[in-house]
Design a protein around this ligand. Structure first.
Ligand SMILES: [Zn+2]
Ligand SMILES: [Zn+2]
Length: 143
C-alpha cells in the first residue's frame, strides 16, 4: 500500500524557518515516496533531477530536516539508517529475507506509557521493529 497523504512540504519548511529550495522539496518527496529511505537511495533519486548535487549537500539537508523534526532517523537492527517523514509513532515490520519494511499503524502510546511508568524513564524516541519473513518471501522459494 502506498501512502498518498499529500504533504505540504513548502508550508512545513516555512513553518520550521527552513529555506524552501527545490532540492529540499525533492529530498522530502523522495523520502515520502520511498517510505524508509537510505541516504544512498535518496542520493540516487536526487542525482537524476539535480546531477550536480553532492552527497554532502544531501547530508546537510537531511540533518537540517532532522533538526526541525520533519524527518526521522530510523535505526533498525542489521540495517543502514533510514529516513522517513515524521508520522505518528508506529511499528515496523521488517522482512529478514528481502528487507522490506512495512509500517503498522498500531497505537504504541499505551505501551510507551507503561514502560515509562514502570521504569521511570523519560521516553524521547521510539523505534519498534518486529523482524520476520514477509508473505511474499514465505511463498517464494529461497534463492
Ligand atoms: Zn520479504
Ligand atoms: Zn515507518
Amino acid at each position: 500500500m502506498t501512502q498518498t497523504a499529500a504533504y505540504d512540504f513548502e508550508s512545513l519548511l516555512h513553518k520550521n524557518n527552513l529555506k524552501i529550495t527545490p532540492q529540499r522539496i525533492a529530498i522530502l518527496k523522495e523520502i515520502a515516496a520511498l517510505g524508509h529511505a537510505t541516504i544512498d537511495e535518496i542520493y540516487d533519486k536526487i542525482k537524476i533531477l539535480y546531477p550536480s548535487i553532492s552527497l554532502a549537500t544531501i547530508y546537510k539537508n537531511i540533518i537540517s530536516l532532522q533538526e526541525v523534526a520533519m524527518i526521522y532517523e530510523l535505526k533498525l537492527p542489521n540495517q543502514k539508517q533510514r529516513y522517513e517523514i515524521i508520522k505518528n509513532p508506529h511499528i515496523h515490520l521488517v522482512c529478514n529475507a528481502c528487507g522490506t519494511i512495512k509500517d503498522m499503524d498500531i497505537s504504541t502510546q499505551e505501551m510507551i506509557r507503561t514502560c515509562a511508568n514502570q521504569s521511570g524513564y523519560q521516553i524521547t524516541e521510539t523505534t519498534i521493529a518486529l523482524l520476520g519473513i514477509c508473505p511474499k518471501c514465505q511463498t517464494t522459494p529461497a534463492k
